[in-house]
Design a protein around this ligand. Structure first.
Ligand SMILES: [Zn+2]
Length: 255
């Protein structure tokens, strides 16, 4: 769950139809670029690449028992989510102080990613922070183990977020080996950045390439909202804490 900054609303007042905010949201917080061209968009929560069905997601639900209909068209209440994250979160109660959100917290510090596809609370967190990270994973179903993962021949089917993350992890590890074997070759570096953009799961690539700041900063630059978040050093891509929350979002800057 990479940190982003949504910035000021592109329009005055609220959106009459929240779905029309999608293009602006993709440009600000979800676009993956290659040679300056938008070539991919990602879920704000699980980071998978979404070709279709990327939905404008209401952080605080727009309806239901805990709904805030007054925020239905509010720019500051929008992210973009895949069908799994969006439907798992549903209309559940959202307590902003008890969640890490990518538009206001440095979510790169809150979670860690494993080769088995699991996304877990970072081991560096204290007990209070760990509870918040786990609340977040539970709200989105990102704590679930892999489902429906093998076909009849035993091959992995990337039907869910865990399986897809695992496949991208293995792709990133292959790329790391290519990089180590061609460390002076800028076209290999360019191809790896392009592969990161086109496969999604930014945080997996950042984890696998953790010892290579020259690649990490290119990954951060290739996705919208990353440098703007203020959560990465502009040269080394080192994680900076807390998210500066320059838009003053409620409950933000916890990490
Ligand atoms: Zn998702």
């Amino acid at each position: 769950m990479r940190p982003v900054r949504r910035g000021d609303s592109p329009i005055a007042g609220d959106y009459a139809d929240y779905k029309t905010a999608k293009t602006d949201l993709i440009a600000r917080i979800a676009s993956g670029k290659h040679n300056g061209q938008h070539i991919a968009a990602y879920c704000s929560y699980c980071e998978r690449k979404i070709d279709t069905n990327l939905a404008v997601e209401h952080i605080e639900p727009k309806k239901g028992a805990h709904g805030k209909p007054e925020l239905k068209g509010r720019w500051s209440n929008f992210l973009l989510a895949c069908v799994n994250c969006n439907s798992t979160k549903g209309d559940k109660r959202v307590v902003l102080d008890q969640l890490y959100l990518p538009d206001r917290d440095n979510t790169a510090l809150a979670f860690q990613y494993q080769a088995d596809g699991q996304m877990v609370a970072a081991v560096t967190l204290n007990d209070v922070e760990k509870d918040i990270a786990e609340n977040t994973l539970a709200l989105l179903g990102l704590d679930k183990a892999m489902q429906n993962s093998r076909d009849e021949q035993g091959a992995l089917i990337a039907q869910d977020r865990v399986a897809q993350r695992m496949q991208v992890w293995s792709m990133a590890e292959d790329s790391l080996e290519d990089y180590q074997n061609h460390i002076e070759n800028s076209s290999v570096m360019g191809l790896i950045v392009k592969l990161m953009v086109s496969s999604g799961f930014f945080s997996v690539w950042m984890t696998v390439f953790k010892d290579y700041p020259e690649l990490k900063i290119k990954f951060v630059e290739a996705v919208s909202g990353g440098l703007e978040s203020g959560c990465y050093d502009h040269i080394t891509a080192e994680k900076l804490s807390p998210h500066p929350n320059e838009d003053g979002l409620e409950g933000g800057g916890k990490i």
